[in-house]
Design a protein around this ligand. Structure first.
Ligand code: DGY
Length: 334
């Protein structure tokens, strides 16, 4: 009998068809959200899973599913997975970097621009039928993107793609802060200068967050950080909920400590704090940073390639393209 795998969420038919060439696939075409118990039940007898950020893959789950050999996430972020626990058990973890970089950078820029130029707020105004007078000199005035200072917190692939857009496309001064500084040639290529976090907060006209979530980045932007930002500044979060303290942000937006925020990710999503829902100066989107058809297909296809290869099948057998814990593949896990 062929090995059995699980795809936890609905995906593209061409991707399920490819998985079915190699495995007995249990999929989820109606895209139900399974409870944890249901997920564990469905994982029994499976050796691999194509997962998403919705499922928490931790030590308890791994203990309950001892047959699991590969966890292949659809997404570049993998904070839903306890990688150390997987590595200890010899479970390969993969993610989907690169294929989503430019699409996510486009979206980050779009959300930042919508936030700075008050597009959500003014669109709602028109839809409500409240636009009765043209030419009002200060009607929905926002702040400029071109020529402004763009601050980037986190400087991985997506951060660098955003920096390039800002520096080359919009003539922005680009500053960034990251755990490690980029080599000088890469800084020059993307047109960004390294600053400490406090300078980033104080000098950014538009601050965008693109760092991975971990216990170290939990509430990297809270009340103290928001207090350092300029009153005309905007904050855009396309990284992960939990990096921003949403309660502190709602407070800052209400008090106009900063001008506006654009949020694609939230603490406890899909629930969004009621304060954020009722504030006019925040643009809210439902975690769609990588959501172009081409990119979502590329992500799912890469996750499937990873699963096939991690489980020893296909042309890349034993060599999944984008492993998170390659030490497991080398057999050198502790
Ligand atoms: C990612 O790729 O990490 C996106 O946030 C989708 O979860």
């Amino acid at each position: 009998m062929r090995p059995a795998v699980l795809a936890t969420r609905a995906t593209f038919p061409e991707v399920t068809a490819r998985l079915r060439q190699h495995f007995e696939l249990e999929d989820n075409p109606t895209d139900e959200i399974w409870s944890r118990d249901e997920l564990i039940r469905r994982l029994q007898g499976k050796i691999g899973v194509m997962s998403t950020g919705t499922e928490r893959i931790d030590a308890n789950l791994l203990d309950a599913c001892p047959g699991l050999k590969a966890v292949c996430n659809v997404g570049v972020g993998y904070n839903n997975i306890d990688v150390a626990a997987c590595t200890r058990r010899g479970v390969v973890v993969t993610n989907t970097p690169d294929v989503l970089t430019e699409t996510t950078a486009d979206f980050g820029f779009a959300l930042m621009m919508a936030t700075a130029r008050r597009i959500g707020e003014s669109e709602r105004f028109v839809r409500r039928g409240e636009w009765r007078k043209t030419g009002i000199h200060d009607h929905f005035v926002g702040s400029d993107i071109c020529g402004a200072t763009l601050g980037i917190l986190g400087m991985g692939r997506i951060g660098r793609a955003i920096a390039r857009r800002g520096a080359l496309g919009f003539g922005m001064r680009v500053i960034y802060h990251n755990r490690s500084r980029l080599p000088a040639n890469l800084e020059a290529e993307v047109g960004a200068s390294y600053v400490d976090k406090s300078t980033l907060l104080r000098e950014s006209d538009h601050l965008i967050l693109v760092l991975p979530y971990s216990s170290d980045s939990h509430h990297a932007i809270g009340a103290a950080e928001l207090a350092q930002m300029q009153p005309h500044a905007t904050l855009t979060n396309i990284a992960r909920g939990g990096i921003v303290d949403d309660a502190a942000l709602a407070d800052a937006l209400r008090k106009h400590t900063i001008a506006a925020a654009g949020l694609d990710v939230f603490e406890g999503e899909p629930d969004v704090r009621s304060e954020l829902l009722s504030l006019p100066n925040v643009v809210l989107t439902p975690h769609i940073g990588s959501a172009s058809t081409k990119t979502r297909l590329a992500m799912a296809a890469l996750a499937a390639d990873n699963l096939i290869a991690a489980l020893g099948a296909g042309e890349l057998a034993g060599k999944p393209p984008t492993p998170v814990n390659p030490e497991v593949l080398r057999g050198s896990n502790p």
